[in-house]
Design a protein around this ligand. Structure first.
Ligand SMILES: Cc1cc2nc3c(=O)[nH]c(=O)nc-3n(C[C@H](O)[C@H](O)[C@H](O)COP(=O)(O)OP(=O)(O)OC[C@H]3O[C@@H](n4cnc5c(N)ncnc54)[C@H](O)[C@@H]3O)c2cc1C
Ligand code: FES
Length: 288
């Protein structure tokens, strides 16, 4: 049997994994034509790790896994970005501040910040992939003394699809005082104003100044991106155990019971969605 252990044991929790806690929507903001930002208030702090997700529900409609976009902390607010794709997310997009949603979790392994201590960090994100990786980037940027340089490569289809633009620009601007650099790309400008680069997220990797033995990579985006990004990283000498990938799968229970999220015998909802690449690279279907 394949086992994919996280670097450290997950934290203990005092919540019942099958029972949603009710959260009140504080803010909903349109980010792009398809994505809305949500800020909700929970009865108690979630105590999540970067890269974990929750099962978000609306009574009588349904439930779906949604990544946590806020950084780990001890307050009881939770930020998410939700793309309208189907029945549940359509309903969520029509809710108003004051409405309630159910939250189960946090679930999954997430990123262990201890692994990143003292290392240069390279985050490569595509599209909605910035949403879970923001929960990692925020604590890295907040405590620059604990980490080496931080590089973020963020790509999306057109300028109109870019998420968290103001934050990306602010992180880039902070680079003069701190070792943060941000490379923003679009596949095409679609005749819209654009102050970043044009190309795929793989393009800048070949010329990045990076020390393969001191760099940890966190990767999150559409499945098609992973294979090509990993090929570029390997060509730069990055050992596979220094590459962490966030792999999303269809999920139902979130607690390893239903089997919906399995890659071979590995349950993505518990052992993932963040995996160290050398531990799953041999699993069939991992990058499909
Ligand atoms: C760990 C994890 C984290 C996620 N984080 C986010 C997030 O932060 N923001 C966000 O908007 N979405 C996120 N998703 C995806 C989200 O859970 C699905 O889009 C969800 O099914 C939408 O529910 P729905 O009822 O509106 O759509 P549905 O009616 O379930 O589906 C609508 C369409 O999307 C397709 N679809 C559904 N689920 C998936 C999937 N997992 N992969 C590919 N296609 C799918 C369906 O086939 C259908 O065509 C995440 C998924 C996972 C597994
Ligand atoms: S979602 Fe049910 S086993 Fe992972």
């Amino acid at each position: 049997m394949n086992t994919v252990s996280p670097d450290r044991p997950l934290q203990d929790h005092d919540w019942e994994p099958h029972i949603p806690r009710m959260a009140r929507i504080l803010e909903i903001r349109r980010m792009t034509a398809r994505e809305n930002y949500f800020k909700v208030q929970l009865p108690k702090p979630l105590g999540h790790r970067p890269g974990q997700f929750v099962m978000l529900s609306r009574l009588g409609i349904g439930e779906a896994p949604i990544s946590i976009s806020s950084g780990p902390g001890d307050d009881n607010f939770l930020e998410m970005v939700i793309r309208e794709t189907g029945r549940l997310t359509r309903v969520l997009h029509r809710l108003k501040p004051g409405d309630q949603v159910g939250i189960r979790g946090p679930f999954g392994s997430g990123f262990d910040l201890e692994t990143f201590r003292g290392q240069d960090v390279l985050c490569i994100v595509g599209g909605l992939g910035l949403v879970p990786l923001r929960s990692l980037i925020l604590p890295l940027i907040a405590q620059p003394d604990h980490y080496g340089s931080i590089t973020i490569i963020s790509g999306c289809r057109t300028p109109a699809d870019e998420l968290y633009r103001e934050e990306l620009e602010a992180w880039a601007a902070s680079g003069s005082a701190r070792p943060v650099s941000v490379i923003r790309l679009v596949d095409q400008t679609a005749n819209l104003p654009w102050n970043g680069q044009v190309g795929l997220v793989t393009a800048p990797i070949a010329t990045l100044p990076l020390d393969p033995q001191r760099t940890i990579v966190a990767l999150c985006g559409p499945p098609v991106m992973y294979k090509f990004v990993i090929m570029e990283l390997v060509a730069r000498g990055l050992p596979l155990h220094r590459i962490y990938v966030d792999l999303e799968r269809r999920m139902k229970c979130g607690v390893g019971r239903c089997g919906h999220c399995q890659i071979n015998r590995v349950c993505c909802c518990q052992e993932g969605p963040v995996f160290r690449f050398d531990r799953i690279g041999t699993l069939q279907e991992a990058l499909q």
